[in-house]
Design a protein around this ligand. Structure first.
Ligand SMILES: Cc1cc2nc3c(=O)[nH]c(=O)nc-3n(C[C@H](O)[C@H](O)[C@H](O)COP(=O)(O)O)c2cc1C
Length: 352
């Protein structure tokens, strides 16, 4: 893609989005043996704590809404017919379960103006949850795109804008943008112009401590760490190009979600961290929250549940995650989100 004109692509964003959805139907795009790093921590049981399981309350406040537990569905897609159907199903389920929903890159919606009404229709399906719109950092340098995304958020349909960082994905993608000059200026301009929070989001390869400091410097106060341990976008783009060899060193590029979380909180204790990347179960959600993430995010696990069993599959997966989180809160003696969140007394590093 030329960096001068974001619509000047050899393949439209909509088609690429559909190819991604198809790819994840066909292949496992996680890397065998690559983990999110949370397994290095083990729970400390609280046998003497006096509490009742049915009084355990994992709800919290996020972006002005009360959400039922600390998990969000991360951006999965949008802009194509298939992506729109998926987003509508996700919005219905997220509304029922009262958790935030991230929508896929707005670029494909902007390229196709009828898409914008679909995007805005998601608010009617999900009036009681945070809805987060999304754009890539490389595309954000385009002034037209920046203005469009700010305009899109003026009517209160969205509660935050996620800006995704995906350097290795763009590098491996045949039509990817490999010019990242000027990205941090574009980001600070968006922070200044936007009335709603900006979430800097990685997509499965993680942010380093230095990245977190630079993001803070640019005015960012929310990050989805998108660490290694789940979907590998290096692998996904390699497979999309038809290179199906089992392993490539770039598949495991980056930092685990657990490492990113620890580093981010050390570097910028004020940063609100969302632990995303390889969050597959309630056990992962619980570890992320106890280690200091405000909430966790999950993407491909939800997509796979949808592929197997549609909306029922999504609801079952979310309910199961919430139940496991509550069970761990009960077993560690924490009746509320506040007592469980960022609590060093309930976990120990098992390699100690
Ligand atoms: C099919 C699919 C499409 C995605 N599309 C987007 C997107 O448009 N924008 C974005 O920021 N992230 C996108 N992601 C990345 C996820 O939001 C998430 O950051 C990443 O997959 C890591 O989480 P996971 O290990 O739970 O899958 C997509 C993921 C999948 C599986």
């Amino acid at each position: 893609m030329s960096s001068g004109n974001i619509y000047d692509t050899t393949m439209g964003t909509k088609e690429r989005k559909d190819e991604h959805l198809a790819l994840f139907k066909q292949f496992d795009l996680t890397v065998s043996g690559s983990t999110n790093g949370f397994e290095e921590w083990e729970w400390i049981p609280a046998e003497t704590a006096e509490l009742r399981f049915d009084a355990i309350d994992p709800s919290l406040s996020f972006l002005g809404y009360t959400i039922s537990f600390p998990l969000m569905i991360a951006a999965l897609s949008g802009g194509s017919d298939e992506g729109n159907t998926l987003n509508e199903a996700l919005a219905e389920c997220a509304e029922i379960e009262r958790i935030p929903l991230g929508i896929g890159s707005v670029r494909s919606f902007l390229e196709n103006h009828t898409g914008l009404s679909v995007l805005q229709g998601l608010r009617n399906i999900a009036p009681h949850i945070p809805l987060i719109t999304n754009i890539g950092i490389a595309q954000l340098r385009d002034l037209h795109i920046r203005n469009e995304i700010v305009t899109l958020t003026l009517d209160g349909q969205f509660d935050a804008i996620a800006v995704h960082f995906n350097k290795i994905q763009e590098l491996i993608q045949p039509e990817g943008d490999t010019d990242f000059t000027g990205i941090m200026d574009a980001l600070s301009t968006l922070v200044e112009k936007s009335d709603i929070p900006i979430i800097a989001k990685q997509v499965g390869h993680g942010f380093s401590g230095n990245d977190i400091r630079q993001l803070w410097q640019a005015g960012i106060r929310y990050v989805d760490l998108g660490g290694r341990g789940g979907t590998s976008w290096a692998r996904a783009e390699r497979f999309r190009k038809g290179d199906h060899i089992e392993k490539d060193p770039f598949d495991v590029w980056g930092l685990t979600t657990a490492h990113c979380l620890k580093t981010a909180l050390e570097q910028c204790p004020g940063m609100l961290c969302i632990a995303g990347g390889g969050i597959h179960s309630g056990h992962d959600v619980a570890k992320g929250i106890a280690l200091g993430a405000r909430l966790c995010s999950t993407a491909n696990t939800i997509y796979q549940a949808y592929l197997k069993n549609g909306k029922e599959g999504i609801l079952k997966t979310l309910r199961n995650m919430r139940t496991i989180l509550k069970q761990i809160m009960f077993l560690t003696g924490c009746p509320t989100y506040t007592t469980f969140h960022n609590n060093p007394t309930i976990l120990r590093q098992s390699r100690d």
